[in-house]
Design a protein around this ligand. Structure first.
Ligand code: FMN
Length: 210
């Protein structure tokens, strides 16, 4: 990846806590600041899933399963929001996803977004050799936080799932930054996350904070 290739950044937040209270949003801001320094001028699309996202319905599932050439006007309308979310994802050169651990997994809003973008024929397909992701690979900065669970432990059903689902649709280049066990020592966890972040964005004269 070089700076010429990064024209669009997609940011997805999923914490129910607002800016100012949310660790993942704060860390996400820092990722965005570094991306902006590294790739100035890139278009930014922000999706705050806490403000609401559609859930799958029977009519959505039926529309999605219908051959695209045979979909009715109503079915095309039903899929329109999902189409838009897939377009946002597909057109982004870099993606930032922020997610706290909720009940050992990802927030329901983020799962709903996943349901909207995992689309047979658009983002994945099944072949004789198993599933194949249809999106081009690109960097994803995955910003996670947990209150008590250690990432990578048997009780972490969030980070492995997110990596799996991104890989399922073709995105393997996942760069994880996490603040874990924030209930115990929130500021130490956040500093550790910032150290991880620094590994992805080595400081140069051009990007050093002033
Ligand atoms: C509804 C809810 C459920 C949570 N469930 C878990 C959990 O299962 N395991 C865990 O380690 N932390 C859990 N936490 C703690 C959050 O993951 C932790 O506070 C995180 O730092 C929050 O990130 P945020 O400030 O960006 O929202 C939960 C928090 C909330 C609000």
């Amino acid at each position: 990846m070089n700076s010429n290739q990064v024209n669009r950044v997609l940011r997805i937040d999923s914490s129910s806590s607002s800016h100012g209270r949310s660790i993942t949003r704060r860390l996400g801001d820092e990722v965005m600041r570094r991306l902006n320094q590294t790739y100035p001028g890139a278009d930014i699309t922000e999706r705050d899933l806490s403000s609401g996202i559609e859930f799958l319905s029977e009519s959505w599932v039926q529309a999605n399963m219908t051959n695209p050439a045979e979909r009715t006007r109503a079915q095309l309308d039903i899929l329109a929001d999902s189409d838009q979310l897939v377009r946002e994802l597909d057109s982004a050169d870099v993606i930032v996803i922020t997610a706290p651990v909720y009940n050992f997994s990802v927030p329901a809003a983020l799962k709903a977004w996943i349901d909207m973008v995992c689309r047979a024929r658009l983002t994945f397909r099944y072949t004789e050799n198993g599933p194949q992701g249809l999106l081009q690979d690109r960097p994803v900065y995955l910003v996670l936080a947990s209150g008590g669970v250690a990432f990578g432990s048997p009780a972490d059903f969030a980070s492995g799932y997110l990596r799996h689902i991104l890989g399922f649709i073709g995105i393997q280049d996942v760069r994880t930054v996490y603040a874990e066990r924030t209930n115990t020592n929130s500021s130490a966890s956040e500093s550790a996350a910032l150290d991880m972040l620094a590994q992805w964005f080595p400081v140069t004269a051009a990007t050093a904070a002033v």
